[in-house]
Design a protein around this ligand. Structure first.
Ligand code: PLP
Length: 496
């Protein structure tokens, strides 16, 4: 690793990336390539001899960039975006450059201690109760993804319960969420050995804005107990993936506590907004939950990967995940004065993720980060206003954060369909809804195929919706206007 060569190539890569960002608006947002495009462009085997960075960069420009969907494009409104920033990127670069493996305190004390400090900072920004902070005997850890964080909490909750009722009873354990809960909870339960039949996706409806109904939770738990099963884990979501619905954390906790259920709050996207006082009420009740996570890489300008997880009882995690082979033993661990984050996660090795979060928090400051989040919410509100003005469209659910769920409602005359199905009104309505769904699928496909903007979809109570999320760092009002023009233009082409 020659420092001079490292400097030369490093500068070239930074220049390459700076040019990428300068030109990012020119690329079609969603990649336009066809499956298998790359194998026609690259050799079948690795080169035997070294190749210069110049030719590698040329191939990145010519062969790799066309196969990217530009998640950092200002016209990227799909899924939940991955937000970046100069500080987020540079922090990531520093972490890659220093390349330490911080699984135990001794393997890089600064990485562990910075992680604990930054998690306390963030916990305070969210006004989490003291019991989640290290100072209150809880603590925070950085993981790669929400899926991993939630899996860890399911495992901790599982072992807490099995230690009480005996390991042989694992087949009785039941996990609760709603039909809007992210699939990673079901996957986590599956990996944790929970019987596939014992995942309860409690039905939500438009009437309660797709949030988890508290009384249904109670009656489902009671029915399970009656059937000899053992409720042990509830995932409440703040900001669901399809529609950013918010489950009533406080009320759900009241039910869960009666049955000694571990409550996790998954705020993967919306957790960031809760650092703003005006959004903090969405996590009211968090003082009664066992664990809380959100992804700083989704909407806190910190490069992927960076999922923040807090637990009120770290010993539950550690008991479930700790293992101490001889070759990892050291006197600091034995002193019990240090945190060994290997015991708070699935893998052993771990990245120095705290660095990028620390850089983001220091480089921008809490006030600026809050204002930036607010600007995204304002842009989403602006988009919502544009949709509402065009009578061909419908806002499907009220906006909560920076996402708008909408659909095109075409003037398909009901009478036109009666000839297909006779005169049953229910059948006509069903066919009408199916046609509207189909039309919206076409609309979305046509927008994405054009490369003008990237949006994704969801289905809410059988209704196909288009999701428009403002969370990309470079998005400004003009990009929102461009995206709306694209939506209208493609709608015009479909429904002249
Ligand atoms: N939870 C929610 C609400 C999400 O929206 C997502 C992903 O978008 C996840 C969990 C899974 O996140 P990850 O990809 O970090 O596992």
């Amino acid at each position: 690793l020659d420092p001079e060569e490292f400097k030369r190539q490093g500068h070239m890569i930074i220049d390459f990336l700076a040019d990428y960002y300068k030109n990012i608006h020119k690329y079609p947002v969603r990649s336009q390539v066809k499956p298998g495009y790359l194998k026609n462009r690259l050799p079948e085997s690795a080169p035997n001899d070294a190749e210069p960075i110049e030719s590698i960069l040329k191939d990145i420009q010519n062969d790799i960039i066309p196969g990217l969907t530009h998640w950092q494009s200002p016209r990227y409104f799909a899924y939940f975006p991955f937000s970046t920033s100069i500080a987020g990127f540079l922090g990531e670069m520093l972490s890659a450059g220093l390349c330490v493996n911080a699984f135990s305190w001794i393997t890089s004390p600064a990485a562990t201690e910075l992680e604990s400090i930054v998690m306390n900072w963030l916990g305070k920004m969210l006004s989490l109760p003291e019991s989640f902070l290290f100072s209150g005997n809880g603590g925070g850890v950085l993981q790669g993804t929400a899926s991993e964080a939630i899996l860890c909490t399911i495992i901790a909750a599982r072992d807490r319960m099995l230690n009480k009722i005996g390991r042989a009873n694992i087949c009785k354990l039941v996990v609760y969420g709603s039909d809007q809960t992210h699939s990673c909870v079901q996957k986590g339960a599956h990996i944790a050995g929970i019987h596939p039949k014992n995942f309860r996706a409690i039905a939500t409806s438009k009437s309660n804005a797709f949030s988890l109904p508290v009384e249904s939770l109670r009656s489902t738990i009671l029915a399970d107990i009656e059937a000899g099963l053992v409720p042990f884990f509830l995932c409440a979501t703040v900001g669901t993936t399809t529609s950013t619905a918010v489950d009533p954390v406080g009320l759900l906790c009241h039910v869960a506590k009666d049955y000694n259920i571990w409550v996790h709050v998954d705020a993967a996207y919306a957790g960031s907004a809760c650092i703003c006082p005006e959004f903090r009420h969405f996590i009211d009740g968090v003082e009664n939950v066992d664990s809380f996570s959100f992804n700083a890489h989704k909407w806190l300008f910190t490069n992927f990967d960076c999922c923040c997880l807090w637990v009120r009882d770290p010993s539950a995690l550690i008991k479930a995940l700790s293992i101490s082979p001889e070759y990892l033993k050291n006197k600091e661990t034995e002193s019990k004065q240090v945190v060994d984050y290997k015991d708070w996660q699935i893998g052993l090795s771990r990245r120095f993720r705290a660095l990028k979060l620390w850089l983001v928090l220091r480089s921008y400051g809490v006030a600026n980060i809050r204002n930036f989040l607010r600007s995204h919410v304002r842009l989403a509100k602006h988009f919502e206003g544009l949709v509402a003005k065009d009578k061909r469209f419908e806002i499907v659910v009220p906006r909560t954060f920076s996402m708008v769920c909408f659909r095109l409602l075409p003037p398909i005359p009901l009478v036109e369909m009666t000839s297909d199905v006779g005169d049953s009104r229910d059948q006509i309505v069903t066919i009408h809804e199916a046609r509207v769904n189909e039309l919206n699928m076409k609309l979305l496909e046509s927008i994405n195929d054009s490369g003008e903007a990237s949006l994704t979809h969801g289905v809410l109570g059988g209704v196909y919706i288009i999701r428009f999320v403002v969370a990309a760092t470079l998005t400004e009002e003009r990009h929102v206007n461009m995206a709306w023009k694209a939506v209208q233009g493609h709608a015009d082409a479909l429904v002249p």
